[in-house]
Design a protein around this ligand. Structure first.
Ligand code: NAP
Length: 286
């Protein structure tokens, strides 16, 4: 079997088409959705991620504002920046690009962002709402994973799903979303023993470990849907957590890296920003 390749770039473009109409509707009411991006230091990968987010905003006619701060910035200085953006009526969403330098405590920053502007979905209120089954703003990568599964028509209810990775940003929220849709979910991590035996049971396998080519063909159930969240740089090339060349011969569907989950993460961030602006506009007109 050779797997169907899930085209994340095409899925993102389709999403942008729907978002463009929502942006125009907001603008007709005098509201331009605004996203602020905060980047600390000069990590090249982070710079690329932020640039992609800014470009996506601009292509839809949204407002974007970028803050580039030196790697020596203090937590207090960042908190002041976030407080100023929280107070702005024309900024509906903000993100602080991770990772942050060691002197900055990420949790303090992420919890300082007003939950209704937390378009990364990392604030405990948003993560808690997701855990409680009443999602508000969803974390972008997990939301993108679910969007790809739905767009492909992959059955979720009653299926066995395995998520490799238990991070707050990716693994855990993805598992919660799959649970909420009726999958039977196993979450694996670095302490998991016999990973291959568990992944081999998965109808849906989500790899989010940050370990290049961790998932090999022998670990995949024939016909499974394999979603590769990983982004790793090996010899100057981007590779996922899945050994794409061998796994595509076993899986039913598979996402490539790049061009799979990555574009969806950006599209979901923009979708969250538009949603936040719509809620703000709704609240302002009531
Ligand atoms: P993270 O915070 O480092 O978490 C990695 C998780 O994988 C941890 O739970 C870790 O287990 C687990 N893990 C590590 N090695 C493992 C192994 N050999 N077997 C099983 N589990 C293992 O990373 P993250 O932020 O979740 O990101 C994961 C990957 O996705 C990274 O490559 C990142 O660059 C990528 N990413 C991509 C996008 C996108 O848009 N495509 C967005 C976000 C992240 P422990 O908890 O036990 O340490």
């Amino acid at each position: 079997m050779t797997a169907i390749i899930i085209d994340g770039a095409a899925a993102a473009q389709a999403l942008y088409a729907g978002l463009a109409a929502r942006v125009q509707a907001l603008k007709a009411r005098g509201v331009t959705p605004g996203l602020a991006t905060v980047l600390v230091g000069d990590d090249p990968a982070s710079r690329v991620y932020v640039r992609n987010k800014v470009r996506a905003c601009e292509s839809l006619g949204m407002h974007s504002e970028h803050r580039a701060l030196p790697a020596t910035v203090t937590t207090a200085e960042l908190l002041a920046e976030i407080a100023a953006l929280n107070a702005r009526a024309d900024i509906h969403g903000m993100i602080v690009q991770l990772p942050l330098p060691p002197q900055v405590e990420p949790a303090a920053l992420l919890q300082a962002i007003a939950p209704d502007k937390d378009v990364d979905g990392f604030h405990w209120r948003n993560l808690g709402a997701l855990a409680a089954g009443t999602p508000q703003l969803l974390p972008c990568t997990p939301a993108g994973v679910m969007h790809l599964l739905d767009r492909e028509g992959v059955a979720i209810e009653g299926q066995r799903a395995v998520v490799i990775g238990r991070s707050q940003q990716v693994g855990k929220p993805t598992a919660l979303l799959l649970i909420s849709r009726g999958a039977t979910v196993t979450v694996c991590h670095s302490k998991t023993t016999d990973l291959a035996a568990i992944t081999h049971e998965a109808d849906i396998l989500v790899a989010a470990a940050g370990r290049p080519r961790l998932v090999t063909a022998a670990m995949v159930k024939p016909g499974a849907t394999v979603i590769d969240v990983g982004i790793n740089r090996v010899d100057g090339k981007l590779v996922g957590d899945v050994d794409f060349a061998s796994v595509r011969e076993v899986a039913g569907r598979i996402t490539p890296v790049p061009g799979g989950v990555g574009p969806m993460t950006v599209a979901m961030l923009i979708a969250n920003t538009v949603t936040a602006a719509e809620r703000h506009a709704g609240a302002a007109s009531t």
